[in-house]
Design a protein around this ligand. Structure first.
Ligand code: S3P
Length: 170
């Protein structure tokens, strides 16, 4: 546990980036947000990467960067909610790192929708019903993990402490 990097997974908007940054701070580790790294590589926001190059190109870069960072020790890494759609990404994370699934109920999640659609191409143009379907469809990809933390009713600080507590029990 002491050396391995920690990877945070979970549906879009669960708080992987904010909670991940807090966990990294509390553990004195460096934090890597894979979505930001992808945006840096293309020098444009995710929505534009999807529009200009397509989702497949985004996924290829996502895999390349996850491969790079999961080989490093003692990081806290937040990966996008669709990263585990790629089996190879899932296996890399599970074998090299400690994978923490940040769980959230649909009822809690749906209150956040207004903040998310502008920056999440996979939510754009979808009805609430379609987004709920995507939410449910995505749950199986998060099934394999080392630790699960439910974030309903927790603020960022509480969620970060809960992750760290659970990690202590790994
Ligand atoms: C995606 C999730 C996003 C980002 C991209 C695609 C997805 O990351 O990688 O918009 O398909 O679930 P977050 O989970 O950080 O929002």
């Amino acid at each position: 546990m002491e050396q391995k990097s920690i990877v945070l997974i979970g549906f879009m908007g669960v708080g992987k980036t904010t909670i991940g940054r807090e966990v990294a701070d509390k553990l004195n580790r460096n934090f890597i947000d894979i979505d930001s790294e992808i945006e840096k590589a293309f020098d444009i926001p995710t929505t534009e990467i999807f529009q200009t190059y397509g989702q497949e190109t985004f996924r290829r870069k996502e895999k390349e960067l996850i491969k790079k960072y999961t080989q490093q020790k003692q990081l806290v890494i937040s990966v996008g909610g669709g990263a585990f759609l790629q089996e190879e990404v899932k296996q890399l994370c599970l074998s090299n790192c400690i994978v923490v699934f940040l769980d959230i109920s649909w009822d809690t999640w749906k209150e956040r929708i207004g903040f998310l659609t502008r920056t999440r191409p996979n939510l754009q143009g979808k009805s609430l019903g379609e987004i709920k379907e995507l939410f449910n469809e995505r749950q199986p990809i998060y099934k394999n993990h080392h630790v699960k933390v439910n974030t309903d009713h927790l603020n960022v600080d509480e969620a970060a402490y809960k992750v760290i507590n659970e990690l202590g029990a790994v």
